[in-house]
Design a protein around this ligand. Sequence first.
Ligand code: NAP
Ligand code: GFB
Length: 325
Amino acid sequence: MADGDRTGAKSKRILVTGGSGLVGRAIEQVVKAGEGRPDEEWVFLSSKDADLTDAAETRALFDRYRPTHVVHLAAMVGGLFRNMKYNLDFWRKNMQINDNVLHSAHEHGVTKVVSCLSTCIFPDKTTYPIDETMIHNGPPHSSNFGYSYAKRMIDVQNRGYYEQHGCMFTAVIPTNVFGMYDNFNIEDGHVLPGLIHKTYLAQKNGTSLEVWGSGQPRRQFIYSLDLARLFIWVLREYKEIQPIILSVGEEDEVSIKEAAESIVAATGFKGEVIFDTSKSDGQYKKTASNSKLRKYLPDFKFTPFSQAIKETCDWFTANYEMARK
Ligand code: NAP
Ligand code: GFB
């Protein structure tokens, strides 16, 4: 059967760009664990299926799969230190990917697209808690302006496709995500996978655990499996073009120091923990409100942070050889 032919039962074909990444793998895990529906066919893509910075390859991908829905995750992604090094690349690559995916979705009459912003793209000078109406109210933090402006353009594109063509193109705004299949590369990855990797090595080599910065900055962290469940709900039920923040509550915000302590507790690390204050702290905080999400899903239960950290640390240790690092 050609890729483009849908069997009668599966009236929906959901293309997940960036399906091989942290968030994509979590959605795949949740769908395969039973959250998928009989009328849904899920296709999880990686850059091997198409380089989405290339318009022709993107169009050919849509010609091949003819999706009805798109979960658009594909992006150049990284932690604070990678962003600080490559702001231009983060801007160019993500602008190219987003324009190609959204335009191909429009050309192919896709029913709905859910794209991904991030709580780190909001104005650096802002009142708290941050909410969905504040995206364009001022410049983002200098450390990741390339990524932030590219992501903000998704919101502009979604509005344009809706007003000009009536497209149901919307977006979610996750806070910092972590979990299995993350990018554990110490230089380029995010803080939690970086600290999990460094703790693993410190334990193995009998050295100290080095936390970068002062440890004072504050973050809300969402477990990738929780985000996956929320993403699937957005795809099926959310009807607004305006984006929606997907995050734990303000009360669940922790300091980088507390996050490091959770990893130490989860791994039983007994060595010294030191703070390298010569390294940047980045944004001090980006406290976001999840009250819009709570209006829709007042009873959604997030995995307790310590449990999610433990599961991620255990996964990393068991899969060290194959983990991205
Ligand atoms: P990730 O683990 O780095 O995965 C990135 C995905 O995008 C991979 O599947 C990768 O394919 C694909 N990709 C990258 N460049 C591509 C290209 N040129 N063509 C086709 N595919 C390409 O990222 P993630 O953490 O899952 O992030 C997923 C989405 O969530 C992104 O839009 C990100 O901005 C957003 N987000 C992430 C966080 C976070 O803390 N991680 C927070 C907020 C928002 P390969 O595997 O082939 O490289
Ligand atoms: O996850 P992260 O790299 O990015 O966290 P952001 C950076 C914070 O963690 C800084 C401290 O305060 C760092 O000093 N930190 C401590 C570490 N140890 C480490 C470590 O080993 N690795 C890393 N990476 N940080 C990103 C944005 O901001 O948030 C991206 O730059 C993206 O664009 C992401 O959107 C979600 O949370 O600061």
